[in-house]
Design a protein around this ligand. Structure first.
Ligand code: ATP
Ligand code: MG
Length: 236
């Protein structure tokens, strides 16, 4: 198992936001956690990345416990987060933003070939390489945030609500890229989304998160047919 969370609990002050959640991601899988506003999706990803501490439970990465490790050590082990709202460094150029993703990289990595691979995936970033990131549109910033996470060849990519604020055609494009990376590049991905339709269409398995608790889990096809899921998340 690449990632496993057991009975994870996370609180903000006295208020518990995640109430004992368990999930796992196998090597090569694309897994989604879907849920409404405030369900705890960002909280879970930030806890896996080590940005916020857990109050209980444990997290394993490649069968080793990482629950207490700081996030930069998790990053070095190959975990990367595409944060909510594509938070890029506004006053760095597009190129510089991508280079920040190389933190802790193994020396043997061929940076020029990684870069040309990134520019092939996201041609707009090549055109805009010298521009400040703050001059990019929301959709372009989203692509930059993904590029920054990818350049280091992560073992596990965490993606926080990549569809937020994007027009439908861009949502489609970004999900297409994620699906491609998983299928063709064998990248393991855990994504959290409100957009159940788009995420289930590329996922192997999914979990439904309701106010800090997982209510349903199963393979993506089964969840798409589940009456409760359809009613709550697919508008059917
Ligand atoms: N920094 C914080 N301080 C206090 N409470 C917080 C904080 N961040 C999140 N929360 C609370 O924790 C709960 C889960 O929030 P979280 O951001 O994880 O939800 P989410 O599923 O990512 O929602 P969204 O789809 O809107 O991004 C919410 O009730 C939220 O108000
Ligand atoms: Mg969120």
């Amino acid at each position: 198992m690449l990632l496993e969370a057991r009975d994870l609990r996370v609180s903000y002050g006295d208020v518990e936001a995640v109430h004992g959640v368990s999930f796992h991601v196998e090597e090569g899988e694309l897994v989604s956690i879907i849920g409404a506003n405030g369900a705890g999706k960002t909280t879970i990803l930030n806890t896996v990345m080590g940005i916020i501490p857990s109050r209980g439970g444990s997290i394993y990465f490649r069968d080793t416990e990482i629950t207490a490790l700081p996030s930069h050590i998790r990053a070095r082990q190959g975990i990367r987060l595409v944060p909510e709202r594509a938070r890029v460094f506004p006053l760095l150029t597009v190129f510089e933003n991508i280079m920040t993703g190389l933190y802790g990289l193994r020396k043997s990595t061929d940076v020029p070939s990684r870069l040309s691979w990134i520019y092939e995936l996201f041609p707009v970033l090549k055109e805009r390489a010298k521009q400040l990131a703050q001059t990019l549109s929301g959709g372009e910033q989203q692509q930059l945030a993904i590029a920054r996470a990818l350049v280091s060849q992560p073992r596990l990519l965490l993606v926080d609500e990549v569809s937020m604020g994007l027009m439908p055609i861009l949502v489609e494009k970004v999900f297409e890229v994620l699906g491609y990376l998983n299928k063709e590049e064998n990248l393991t991905i855990l994504l959290v989304e409100q957009n159940a339709l788009a995420s289930l269409s590329i996922s192997h398995r999914a979990y439904v998160l309701e106010t800090g608790t997982i209510s349903i889990e199963g393979d993506a096809g089964t969840l798409r047919e589940d009456p409760g899921v359809r009613k709550a998340y697919l508008g059917a």
